[in-house]
Design a protein around this ligand. Structure first.
Ligand SMILES: Cc1ncc(COP(=O)(O)O)c(C=O)c1O
Length: 469
């Protein structure tokens, strides 16, 4: 490793270990030359690399500083804590935004998917090719719900590594997490039932509620601490809620993760009111920090929590493989799957089991997490450079989304249309709520490799926002 690379690695480790915290001044070039015993050229090169990676920023005539980690936004006091919606109507707008991301000329900051270049395409294709050599006609039958046994065993072992005991028999393989979530909701509700969601929340929850003709009660989620448990408790006293669809880690769009204590209390509260928790945990592998957060499912002593996840965000989007650890509900979910999509594609299940058997998943995940952290930093720096000072970027725990608050007068749906005309897509706040509280917010996908195109697109966003102020 070249000397400047050693210094880059050393300073990065120190920033990650909070030796230098966000916004703090680093030793000057001269001080670092003295401390490290390296030449001025080497130290300068290392600082420039760290700056290009988004870990530090230079301030003219002042020196180098650790890049700000972002701030936790606070829920404005004016926001409604609980919002009741008897008929959710959100599908058309979401469809339009998602369709726009398909245009190859678009800079896809609205996309929900991570940059596909981060996936181990070659190894996945090799696994698929290997499987095609021994695929039998009977495999379609053998892999019907609950799905491929080897894959379910591997998932059960991954839960076991986190200290959670789940039998492969409780797991149902699905077409992505979306099918897992939709089947879970269908399994525990009847049309007209109340379902708790967060505000803001993943639009898929609102779409499912609309499709199944359910009623939504949205509880405010704080950008740093997540759902307000006191409000949830009050709502559960007032309404005959059937299910609660939540993200407890790397919440989409906020990026926040509940503390272990809060996850424990959430499960206890829902158990007390006999409300089923549908836990959406699709970003679970993209955590940051030293320890992987456990899902709320870890505190489920009654096998009532439906824990839904997939490989779509961490390994491969196109295979469409997800699952639900469904506990007591596994048999009902299988029946619902058999009568709707029938099953998940057998070759894809087999190829995924083959890939996971190669043991390269953990190495891939480590690299992906590192790159995403770096890219999120770079994107945050660029947004800071080009967005007005009044814009606030939420600090997120892992994942690749940034949740951005703009001054009140900027309607991000109007901004979305203006940006679209310049081939840039953003995900406006209205996608994540059945109300209008998040009209001046947007979600930004920070997983893309930073290039002149991204920089120019963020600069354009900055200009469009300035025009709207
Ligand atoms: C929060 C959340 N849940 C579920 C899904 C759906 O995941 P999958 O692609 O595995 O169906 C997404 C995809 O965007 C998501 O963001």
């Amino acid at each position: 490793m070249a000397k400047y690379q050693q210094l880059v690695a050393q300073i990065r480790q120190q920033i990650e270990a909070d030796v230098w915290t966000a916004g703090e001044k680093l030793p000057s070039l001269r001080e670092m030359v003295k401390q490290s015993g390296m030449s001025l050229m080497t130290v300068m090169h290392a600082y420039q690399v760290l700056e290009s990676q988004g870990f530090i920023v230079s301030r003219p005539q002042s020196g180098y500083y650790v890049a700000p980690g972002g701030e936790f936004l606070t829920q404005p006091a004016t926001h409604q804590k609980v919002q009741y919606t008897e008929a959710v109507d959100i599908n058309d707008f979401i469809f339009d935004v998602l369709q726009a991301c398909r245009d190859p000329l678009m800079v896809p900051f609205a996309s929900a998917f991570p940059d596909p270049e981060l996936f181990p395409q070659r190894q996945l294709m090799r696994a698929l090719a290997d499987v095609s050599h021994y695929l039998k006609p009977s495999d379609a039958i053998n892999n019907l719900p609950p799905g491929n046994l080897q894959l379910r065993q591997m998932l059960a072992r991954r839960y076991a590594q986190q200290g959670i005991t789940i039998s492969p028999d409780e797991i149902v393989i699905t077409n992505g997490a979306l099918e897992a979530l939709n089947l879970s909701l269908q399994a525990v509700t009847e049309p007209g039932d109340w379902v708790v969601v967060e505000n803001p929340c993943f639009y898929g929850a609102l779409q499912a509620i609309e499709r199944l003709r359910l009623k939504a009660v949205a509880i405010a989620s704080d950008p740093q601490h997540g759902i307000d448990l006191a409000e949830l408790a009050r709502t559960l006293q007032e309404l005959p809620v059937k299910a609660c669809w939540l993200m407890t880690s790397q919440q989409n769009p906020l990026g926040c993760t509940l503390t272990p204590e809060k996850k424990r209390d959430l499960v206890a509260l829902l158990q007390q009111h006999q409300v089923t928790l549908i836990e959406d945990d699709v970003y679970s592998e993209l955590w940051s920090g030293d320890v992987r957060p456990q899902p709320a499912k870890a505190w489920d002593t009654q096998r009532q929590v439906l824990h839904c996840s997939s490989f779509s965000k961490s390994l491969v989007a196109g295979f469409r493989i997800g699952w639900v650890a469904a506990g007591e509900h596994a048999a009902r979910i299988q029946r619902l799957q058999l009568s709707s999509t029938l099953s998940t594609s057998a070759p894809m299940q087999l190829a995924l089991a083959r890939y996971l058997d190669s043991r390269s998943y953990e190495t891939h995940l480590r690299t992906m997490r590192q790159i995403l952290a770096q890219r999120k930093n770079q994107a945050r720096q660029a947004l800071r450079r080009h967005l007005p000072l009044a814009a606030r970027i939420n600090a997120s725990h892992g994942g690749y989304f940034l949740w951005i608050e703009l001054p009140k007068q900027v309607d991000t749906t109007a901004l979305y249309y203006r940006a679209l005309a310049r081939n840039i897509s953003i995900a406006p706040g209205n996608m994540f709520s059945s109300g209008k509280q998040y009209q001046n917010y947007f979600r930004f996908n920070a997983s893309w490799a930073w290039s002149d195109t991204q920089e120019a697109a963020v600069a354009t966003l900055g200009e469009l926002i300035a025009e709207m102020l």
